[in-house]
Design a protein around this ligand. Structure first.
Ligand code: NAD
Ligand code: G3P
Length: 357
């Protein structure tokens, strides 16, 4: 008899909890191939005086990050990441990208032989050579292969079981097929793309574009302006991906991980929401304050990614080729007035394309 697969989920925020709902329900119906217990690592905290892990295990609900949605009873919350991955061969990483290295350091040496990972994390890092993919961080830190799953995936809508799609970026097709089995639902369609960098870079950069979309909303601009801003952002996403990863496929931008995620995030995401509030306050409230005020413990990824992208562009003297990413960085980190968002941007962006000679 072949050994059953066992899934562990690392992270239990808004998306992590939604994913636990999906995966818990899927493996429960496929016990011939999967261990029905899905352990979820929960960053422990007190909610109304009770431990969040205890609330999840007794009430089967993550009352802080996904209130109002029941989790299957085979989803078990644990505060110790090593206990979460014990015996698991499929590791689902779904936590804010700033916490990945700390978690990997705890997990190193404790992952089952033959295990593989998938990252649902939208973010990047950088080093002296340029951009570092989070899937590569996980892969190198833990010695596991790591696929990615990204897409137009606002968690609350998927938790409501509204139809959505996602893209698995993979190198190993056998892993991708197993991942499709644990994630796919009639309301959640999973496609594949053998292009990990393309899928992952789209997922990270769309969060920066969403800040621009939020500025537009906060400054009171209409639909045409916002569409132009989204297009500028998409141009830079493609330019950036091609610059740092030569083999990125254009078709990836047409997947859910590309244009669909960009659209949903620029209309309904948390980065957009906080950027709108930032612009409405005329830049007088910081993103840190707004994150606390508006997101109840959930985390923004776009502001940090804007900084990481800027560091790489500055080191490689590429700032002029990315005026959109640069103006977002200047507004968030350098005190540039948000009202200046569109000034120069349109001119600079258009000078890079579309001139009529
Ligand atoms: N929420 C969505 O709609 C959505 C959809 C797709 C992808 N994502 C991506 O999934 C990833 C996880 O996002 P999320 O929405 O599940 O989380 P979240 O932003 O809702 O919640 C933040 C999480 O971080 C945890 N945390 C706080 N401090 C921590 C620390 N010091 N160390 C470790 N963990 C800590 C909290 O306990 C919580 O689980 C992000 O990269 C995000 O971009 C989110
Ligand atoms: O709420 P955001 O801005 O973090 O975006 C959520 C998802 O990434 C949308 O696919």
């Amino acid at each position: 008899m072949t050994e059953k697969h066992k899934v562990a989920i690392l992270g239990s925020g808004n998306w992590g909890s939604t994913v636990a709902k999906i995966v818990g329900s899927n493996v429960k119906t496929k016990t011939e191939s999967f261990d029905p217990e899905v352990r979820v690592w929960v960053y422990e905290e007190l909610v109304d005086g009770r431990k969040l892990t205890e609330i999840i295990n007794s009430d089967h609900e993550n009352v802080k990050y996904l209130p109002g949605k029941k989790l299957p009873e085979n989803v078990v919350a644990v505060p110790d990441p090593i206990e979460a991955v014990a015996g698991a061969d499929i590791l689902v990483f779904v936590l804010p990208h700033q916490f990945v290295r700390g978690l990997c350091a705890k997990l190193r040496g404790n992952v089952r032989e033959g295990a593989f990972a998938v990252s649902l994390i939208k973010g990047v890092e950088f080093d002296e050579n340029g951009i570092v993919l989070i899937s590569d961080v996980i892969s190198k830190e833990l010695g596991v292969e790591c696929s990615v799953l990204m897409g137009a995936n606002i968690a609350n809508e998927i938790a409501d079981e509204q139809f959505s799609e996602a893209t698995i970026g993979y190198k190993n097709a056998a892993h991708a097929k197993l991942l499709q089995i644990i994630f796919q639902k009639p309301y959640f369609r999973i496609a594949g793309a053998p292009d990990i960098p393309g899928v992952e870079i789209c997922g990270a950069l769309k969060n920066v574009v969403a800040l621009g979309a939020g500025f537009c909303d906060g400054l009171g601009y209409g639909n045409n302006t916002k569409a132009a801003v989204i297009r500028f952002g998409l141009l830079e996403m493609v330019r950036f991906a091609k610059k740092f990863f030569k083999n990125v496929q254009y078709t990836t931008f047409l997947q859910s991980s590309g244009v669909a995620d960009l659209i949903t995030t620029c209309y309904g995401g948390r980065n957009r929401k906080c950027a709108e509030a930032f612009a409405r306050a005329g830049g007088r409230k910081s993103f840190e304050e707004l994150e606390v005020e508006l997101l109840n413990g959930q985390k923004l990824q776009g502001t940090l990614t804007a900084k990481e992208v800027h560091e790489v562009l500055q080191r490689q003297k590429l700032m002029k080729e990315f005026p959109f990413f640069e103006v977002i960085y200047d507004i968030v980190y350098e005190g540039r007035p948000v009202e200046q968002f569109l000034q120069e941007l349109s001119e600079k962006e258009l000078s890079l394309e579309g001139n009529i000679e």
